[in-house]
Design a protein around this ligand. Structure first.
Ligand code: GUN
Length: 287
């Protein structure tokens, strides 16, 4: 293996420590701490784990954590009423509605009911538009975490060729916007792209967000490229359950210049960036 392994866990730990010291100063100066409300509808096991982790990490940096759990059969109007309350609540600076929502609820309508200034996921159409037009917005947490690690590695991203694989609203599209904003030449590829490996091999920066276990081997990677693996896929191997990324780590680590591991790469940065966004929302509310 020749690639540098980008340690997202350590990076996230440092970011949380910075956030915690900022929050402590705000608490001492104003008596008010940032508050994050997380809304969970239903019993989805993975979502329950995420929400619990978010709550623990929110409290650990000194912020207030508010958890709202609604039953799976809660109506859309019940959820919208809760969001209206959270929008009006001055102790709540960030609101996150855990996705996926039950099928009978229109997730788009719910997300767009959140006050865009409290939309710490950066999914509200106002924030999507602000980001796309290069204006101040809330930025989705996973791509923000990727960007921070890339800036840390490169210093400036200006002029680099970046390829983003995946075109989701949560990762692929905002990732491409952020790289463009940092003056990269950006290509998005997806399941219908022809010649995907050849396009990927042009990238100085390759970001994979497709949810296909170990799909990307060395044939997709230019020697020396920086590979950011957003995929978190659970597989069975040797009779054991294991988390792997979209990238075949062992193979790509022989050719890449740097690579994020799974677990311990992008994943820990996502919650740290959620806390960073909550702090940002607080600071803008108190501007
Ligand atoms: N479910 C999985 N990832 C996310 C995320 O980033 N935000 C929200 N709200 N729900 C999710």
């Amino acid at each position: 293996m020749s690639a540098k392994v980008i340690d997202g866990k350590a990076f996230a730990g440092k970011l949380r420590a910075k956030i915690a010291s900022h929050v402590a100063r705000l608490r001492d100066e104003t008596g008010v701490v940032p508050g994050l409300a997380v809304v969970l509808v239903g019993e989805d096991a993975a979502s329950q784990v995420y929400v619990r982790n978010k709550g623990i990490q929110t409290v650990a940096v000194g912020m207030a954590s508010y958890e709202h759990k609604l039953p799976a059969e809660a109506s859309e109007s019940q959820l919208l009423a809760l969001i209206a309350d959270l929008n009006a609540d001055r102790s709540v600076h960030g609101i996150l509605v855990q996705l996926p929502l039950p099928a009978h609820i229109d997730a788009g309508a719910v997300i767009n009911a959140i006050d865009p200034r409290k939309d710490v996921d950066g999914f509200h159409v106002t924030n999507v538009g602000l980001l796309a037009t290069g204006q101040r917005s809330m930025v989705p947490c996973t791509p923000l975490g990727c960007l921070m690690m890339l800036r840390d590695h490169f210093g400036s991203l200006r002029g680099r060729t970046a390829v983003v694989v995946g075109r989701s609203n949560i990762v692929g599209k905002p990732m491409a916007q952020l790289l463009l904003r940092d003056d990269c030449s950006v290509t998005i590829v997806h399941r219908h792209s022809l010649g995907m490996a050849e396009i990927c091999r042009r990238a100085d920066i390759l970001v994979t967000a497709v949810g296909q276990p170990e799909m990307f081997d060395a044939s997709y990677v230019k020697p020396g490229a920086v590979v950011i693996d957003v995929g978190i896929n659970r597989i069975e191997r040797d009779g054991r359950s294991k988390l792997v990324g979209d990238v075949n780590f062992a193979d790509v680590a022989n050719i890449a210049g740097a690579i994020t591991p799974v677990p311990g790469g992008v994943g820990p940065m996502t919650i740290a960036c959620l806390l960073a966004n909550t702090l940002t929302a607080y600071c803008r509310a108190h501007d």
